[in-house]
Design a protein around this ligand. Sequence first.
Ligand SMILES: CC(C)(COP(=O)(O)OP(=O)(O)OC[C@H]1O[C@@H](n2cnc3c(N)ncnc32)[C@H](O)[C@@H]1OP(=O)(O)O)[C@@H](O)C(=O)NCCC(=O)NCCS
Length: 200
Amino acid sequence: MMSNGKALSASATRTSPPSNQAGKRLVSGAPASWEIKRLLWSILENTLYRYSFRAWSGWRVFLLRCFGAKIGKWCAIHRTSRVYYPWLLEMGDLVALGERATIYNIGRIVLGARSTISQEAYLCAGTHDYTRISMPLAVAPITVGSDAWICARAFVNPGMNIGNGAVVAAGAVVTRDVSAWTVVIGNPARMIRVREILDQ
Ligand SMILES: CC(C)(COP(=O)(O)OP(=O)(O)OC[C@H]1O[C@@H](n2cnc3c(N)ncnc32)[C@H](O)[C@@H]1OP(=O)(O)O)[C@@H](O)C(=O)NCCC(=O)NCCS
């Protein structure tokens, strides 16, 4: 049973919802033109993109660019990776997007040069404002700095900035910005060390 204190704080929450969605932009729905583009893209993504040779990264880059993605040179994009809205994706040179990595870019996602997004990592640039009963969509961009590594199965929350050279460990959940050249682990992700580069 709930104590009085807890009941009181629950009722206060109902009358004055917390503003924990600060920094996220609310959107009522995607423009109609997006729906058409998104449909066409998902047809291509589930056919020509998905069922292409593993080595044909250039082909997948071409398809993404046709739908408005800004992609640098020599990127390696796995055929099972998933990009929701190519026109809201920017990648520098030499970016690697791994097997079943998901770019849920309802808000813009920028991947810096030489960054690596490993297997099944999930970059999530959208959420819902649960303080309103209609749960409107809220978008917040994600930036991954140059030389950063998002390890396998990591989850990056909307609005996060991952600094240059940062390492987000396998399975980590990023709920705060990650400083440049640090290694973070766990849920919520916390820094364990500075990333040292020994071969320069
Ligand atoms: C982030 C990572 C690179 C850190 O490696 P490291 O610097 O050698 O770290 P260590 O193995 O020395 O571990 C340091 C501490 O972090 C913990 N740790 C390491 N990786 C962790 C993880 N993914 N989740 C939670 N804790 C982790 C270790 O248990 C250790 O804790 P302790 O000090 O209490 O014993 C590595 O653990 C990792 O996640 N690699 C990703 C592998 C991957 O995604 N591969 C895809 C191939 S493309």
